[in-house]
Design a protein around this ligand. Structure first.
Ligand SMILES: *[C@@H]1O[C@H](CO)[C@@H](O)[C@H](O)[C@H]1NC(C)=O
Ligand SMILES: *[C@@H]1O[C@H](CO)[C@@H](O)[C@H](O)[C@H]1NC(C)=O
Length: 669
């Protein structure tokens, strides 16, 4: 559903109700003493100051410091405590002090403060591996530091004022300090009693901008926030319960619901979340690098992109499928497009589509909410997928039939060049020669390769540098082919004996062997010694990386080829013409490995992501745009563990593309 369908009624309401509210406020202002400004409270003691625990993402080991202003407030009110609630306190006073019969509450509003769904919750409505979102109350000027507001007048936020009698004050404060341990501070503010119009002072717990749990991203990107709200669960229950209960509280009075429509995201988030819960599947991942073609699905993450295009740190993102779907098993990154494959063989594509590499005619996108990925082959069960620079290859499960689409200017889609139609926009079955059944596909810059079910290698597309075979197919005389990968001008194949064969351009040593000419179209064996069996092969535009194991199950990474930008993680930037050990400190337990165009990324046994090489778009996610000549750790958002995915079957996978990187947890098939 387009975002505008949610935003439109809200906009109309803003226009319709703004004068009434301003009038309402002006009235109060004239009849009662002017509001004093919020007092900045200083802790009276340094001892027992809570410490932020970055793993659990809560404050631990301390008490919320005593504040002089709180004491003053209590004294002024004959020992009673007035407390303003704007989040869960609106609908759930808990079972403790606030539920006591002697505690009364009544509706009231805060002026100049906005209820913001911007506080990470890892202890109540989420967990550290998948934080939920709860409310905080931010001053208008604080909100404007994080996002724009579509009105100039002060915000009014509807909530409840609790009157806590003196005998329950200590108990109540102790309870709230615990309840709000996710990073809240005490504050004293002025609120307006809805019935009398009196201005009252009340204690408030709120997370301020300097608090580590503040989550600006969700304040800016409501569809993303709604996605989180619809799945997060924590020790206090589901996140959507917190949202829908608060929405119901605000709906219960006309004044409150008008204010909600005007100043608050609760209603819109509640509607979006209901839509997601009813008929969507959400796949959460993290991504960094170029978002020029929305290949990271971060187009709506306003403010988080540098020059509107790049992110330099791992950033949370979500793929929303507007139907029920099964869990993902794989994530892929191409030149400027990305893909996700599910266990049942559903393939979703998004990002760059200039050449039809998403399997549809470009330019027909209708700005969906939050994104509508393209499922070009809804009628087939997808087994394998390969994303090249500007084309895509897909194999059907069972039949081994090849489907391909995108840039065909070199014949990389269907093996033929048609000068009149250089791109193939429709996902079509490709018959390269009769009765082909394939088990593997690979796509490079401008060429492609497939392995038939009986282990024959075939290639098509650009052949200028010997990256395609001279004959129609090939297999080693004493083995058959298992896997193939394509670079910019070279091709790498793995046989059943765990040996690696290469052909094509050798300008940068990317063939890993000696060749008589710069380009060699005949597959030749890469010498790595008989003790190692290669398990997986990967290549970037001009470098090759393989993972090998010996009889003792020791794992090593070998690499060769171009290293001018640190593609191989070696300090010496000259070309590497022979297999060389890489990443020795990390190779023992590599969970996932991939090559970007001019970079290499991996996931270690502790689920940390590392990368080296070209980093111009922040695609190594370490906060910098300097190329890395040794592995550097990706920083930023942690890869979320989607609630409901059992931890032991959630493997972390990383995929690197032209100038982007994506990581997500998948169910291993
Ligand atoms: C190596 O791993 C295989 C498969 O996991 C296992 O069967 C074999 O016993 C292992 N060998 C050694 C030496 O640990
Ligand atoms: C990121 O990588 C670059 C290039 O290696 C390096 O200069 C920088 O210090 C790294 N940043 C961090 C935070 O490690």
């Amino acid at each position: 559903m387009p975002a505008s369908q949610y935003l439109f009624p809200r906009f109309v309401l803003i226009v319709a109700t703004l004068p009434a509210l301003i009038f309402c406020w002006t009235n109060h202002h004239h009849h009662h003493h002017p509001l004093s400004t919020t007092r900045q409270m200083q802790p009276t003691t340094e001892e027992g100051t809570p410490v932020w625990d970055p793993v659990a993402q809560i404050y631990v080991g301390g008490i919320v410091p005593e504040h002089a202003a709180v004491q003053e407030l209590i004294e002024q009110n004959q020992g009673c405590l007035r407390l303003f609630g704007y989040g869960s306190l609106c609908w759930n006073p808990g079972a403790g002090a606030l539920a006591h019969a002697s505690v009364h509450h009544r509706p009231a509003k805060a002026r100049g403060y906005r209820r913001c769904w911007a506080q990470k919750s890892t202890d109540h409505r989420g967990v550290p591996s998948f934080p939920g979102i709860v409310c905080t109350l931010l001053k208008d000027q604080e909100v404007r530091q994080l996002r724009s507001l579509d009105y100039d007048s002060p915000t009014f936020t509807e909530g409840l004022v609790y009157e806590v009698p003196s005998e329950l004050v200590d108990e109540c404060l102790a309870e709230l300090d615990f309840r709000e341990k996710g990073g809240y501070a005490r504050d004293v503010i002025d609120v307006i009693d809805d019935q009398t119009g009196d201005v009252l002072q009340a204690l408030l717990y709120r997370g301020t901008l300097d608090n580590p749990a503040i989550w600006p991203r969700v304040l800016r990107d409501l569809p993303f926030a709604a996605a989180v709200l619809s799945v997060a669960v924590g020790p206090s229950g589901t996140n959507h319960e917190y949202l829908h209960q608060l929405d119901a509280f605000l709906e219960s009075s006309t004044a409150a619901s008008q204010m909600e429509q005007l100043f608050d995201d609760t209603y819109i988030l509640s509607s979006m979340t209901k839509t997601f819960q009813r008929d969507a599947t959400l796949f959460f991942f993290v991504a960094a690098g170029s978002n020029q073609h929305n290949q990271l699905l971060l187009k709506d993450a306003v403010g988080d992109l540098h020059q509107g295009e790049d992110v330099y740190f791992m950033t949370e993102s979500v793929l929303c499928i507007s139907r029920r779907s099964d869990p993902s098993t794989g994530i892929y990154a191409g030149g400027g497009h990305s893909a996700l494959l599910t266990q049942e063989g559903r393939l979703y594509l998004w990002g760059w589509n200039e050449h039809g590499q998403l399997g549809m005619t470009p330019g027909v996108s209708d700005s969906p909410l939050p994104i509508r990925p393209i499922q070009p082959l809804a009628q087939i069960v997808v087994d394998k997928v390969a994303l090249g620079f500007s084309h895509t290859l897909v194999l059907e499960r069972g039949t081994g039939k090849l489907f391909a689409f995108g840039d065909n200017s070199r014949g990389q889609v269907n093996g033929q060049i048609d000068k009149k139609s250089l791109s193939i926009f429709e996902a079509k079955e490709i018959a390269l020669y009769k009765n082909d059944m394939f088990k593997e596909v690979a796509a490079g810059l401008f060429h492609s390769a497939c392995v038939t079910k009986d282990g024959q290698l075939i290639t098509f597309g650009c052949r200028k540098f010997g990256q395609c075979l001279e004959g129609s197919s090939w297999t080693p005389s004493d083995s058959s082919i298992l896997q193939v990968v394509c670079g910019r001008r070279h091709t790498v194949a793995l046989d059943e004996k765990g040996r690696v064969w290469t052909f094509g351009d050798n300008q940068y040593g990317q063939l890993g062997r000696e060749t008589r000419n710069k380009a060699d179209p005949s597959p030749g064996l890469v010498e790595m010694g008989s003790t190692w069996r290669v398990q997986t092969i990967h290549c970037g535009w001009s470098h090759t990386v393989v993972l090998a194991q010996n009889d003792d199950n020791q794992t090593v990474v070998w690499g060769w080829g171009r290293n001018d930008k640190g593609q191989l993680g070696l300090a010496d930037t000259s070309c590497v013409t022979r297999p060389t050990y890489l990443f020795q400190d990390h190779s023992a337990a590599i969970e996932s490995l991939d090559c970007g165009s001019e970079s290499t990324v991996l996931v270690d046994a502790k689920d940390r992501i590392w990368g080296c090489g070209w980093n111009e778009h922040g695609n190594l996610a370490n906060g910098s745009t300097d190329d890395a000549h040794q592995l550097t750790q990706a920083l930023g958002a942690l890869v979320p563990l989607i609630p409901g995915y059992p931890e032991d079957i959630s493997r972390l996978r990383v995929a690197a593309g032209g100038a982007h990187v994506i990581a997500m947890r998948v169910v291993s098939s």
